[in-house]
Design a binder for this molecule. Structure first.
Ligand code: HEM
Length: 397
């Protein structure tokens, strides 16, 4: 028995864990494992001004599911689905099993679950949907120098972004929410991603992508830069309090990256791979000094480095946005060793904020040598719900 106890403690990172709501595990004594009550911080509140899964801290695992509405779908179909999803997402996030959940035991582990619902272009053309379709809601403009888009990673009428600190929680929520939509919508594509495992690094530590780079240092901060992300009064009413989302699937060639020496890697980024510090600074959070030159009079941060090209040009919001990327690492094609990359998820009040940067990077970015966008989708993310409201209800209200 004690050997089994030891194994269980090891699997939970050295701590015996009791689920809140479940019977608490016996308190630790002596040298034995410490008992931790999984608490409120593993539940995020569904109801609120904005949908979650955006400015709140990214969880370790995520899946993005695009669905297409069945032919003949109209506003009634949409309302039906949104009512079911609203109720069931709220329940799943609270750790309560929805009606269609036949494995309620799995729902109790909320693991900071968030489900974010997005609206694709075709929904705005459904019979009975009165809200205007914004001109930007459609495929991104082509970036012929870099794009090698595969159609099966693009488009979609509806999006579910499901994130949690347990892959089991993600998978279960995906099953519940997609199966209850099955008479109304079909799955178009599914993309899975991961960040650093929950609890294995210090809180607030920036994740690394699969090139090994510290990725996510500079980002808008919740409560401080909200206007970067949330649509304001200049947006159509149904989008106010919501946001715009871009998901780019970007393949990262680990086989050629392996051939790049540390100097090449750091030059292409403008930051050091070792600790994420800018080439002109010492700490990860030091601001890059774009004016600094070396002994030859050349810029220390290369003109074509990723960071220089991606940094905001203008003051204000014009080219800032929130990045919430996840790594992917899928089975390689026959004869290949890897199939890895980034699910580059960007949120911004106006799509143009993202496009301004994407245009600069598509034009010239040393990192493009090793990266290739192979999927691209754009969704409108409606505002959050108050008690009694339905997700996306402004589309027909
Ligand atoms: C910064 C990696 C694609 C926009 C960074 C940083 C890394 C990185 C390591 C520096 C640390 C940080 O601030 O996060 C990558 C990789 C990509 C990729 C591996 C593709 C696989 C993109 C794309 C965009 C973008 C497609 C936008 C269209 C930015 C921005 C910054 C940044 C805005 C922060 C710049 C600043 O203000 O300092 N990226 N990135 N990145 N990246 Fe990327």
């Amino acid at each position: 028995l004690s050997a089994l106890g030891g194994l269980a403690a090891g699997a939970a990172g050295g701590m015996g864990v009791a689920r809140s709501g479940a019977a608490p595990a016996p308190a630790a004594t002596g040298e034995g494992p410490t008992t931790v009550q999984l608490a409120e911080h593993q539940r995020r509140a569904f109801h609120g001004e904005h949908q979650l899964g955006i400015m709140d801290p990214p969880q370790a695992h995520g899946v993005w599911v695009a669905m297409d509405l069945v032919p003949g779908a109209d506003v009634t179909t949409l309302q039906r689905l949104m009512r079911i999803w609203t109720q069931d997402i709220a329940q799943l996030m609270a750790g309560q099993a929805p009606y269609a959940d036949f494995e309620p035991e799995m729902t109790a582990t909320t693991a900071s679950l968030t489900v974010t619902v997005g609206i694709g272009p075709r929904v705005l053309g459904l019979r009975g949907v009165t809200a205007p379709r914004p001109a930007w809601l459609g495929p991104l403009p082509a970036f012929p120098k870099i794009d090698r888009l595969e159609p099966h990673w693009s488009g979609g009428d509806l999006l579910l972004q499901i994130c949690a600190d347990s892959p089991i929680t993600v998978s279960h929520a995906q099953w519940v929410l997609t199966k209850e939509a099955r008479t109304i919508a079909t799955v178009r594509w599914v993309q899975r991603g991961f960040r650093q495992g929950h609890g294995v690094t210090n809180p607030g530590e920036t994740m690394r992508n699969l090139f090994g780079q510290v990725d996510g240092t500079v980002n808008p901060v919740r409560g401080q830069d909200d206007a970067v992300v949330w649509c304001g009064s200049s947006a159509p009413r149904w989008l106010q309090g919501g946001t715009t989302m871009v998901l780019r699937r970007i393949a990262m060639n680990l086989e050629t990256w392996e051939e790049a020496d540390p100097l090449t890697r750091d030059t292409s980024l403008g930051r050091r791979q070792t600790d994420g510090s800018p080439l002109t600074g010492r700490a990860e959070t030091d601001a890059p000094d774009l004016a600094a030159t070396n002994g030859l009079g050349l810029p220390v941060i290369d003109e074509f480095s990723h960071v220089r090209r991606a940094m905001p040009d203008a003051k204000g919001l014009a080219d800032r946005f929130l990045r919430r990327p996840y790594n992917y690492d899928d089975p390689p094609a026959p004869g290949r060793l890897t199939n890895a990359g980034l699910l580059f998820v960007a949120y911004q009040a106006e799509l143009e904020q993202f496009l301004a940067v994407q245009r600069r990077l598509a034009e010239a970015d040393l990192l493009n040598t090793w990266t290739t966008p192979i999927g691209s989708a754009v969704f409108a993310i409606p505002r959050g719900c108050r008690e009694g409201e339905v997700l996306a209800q402004d589309l027909w209200a």
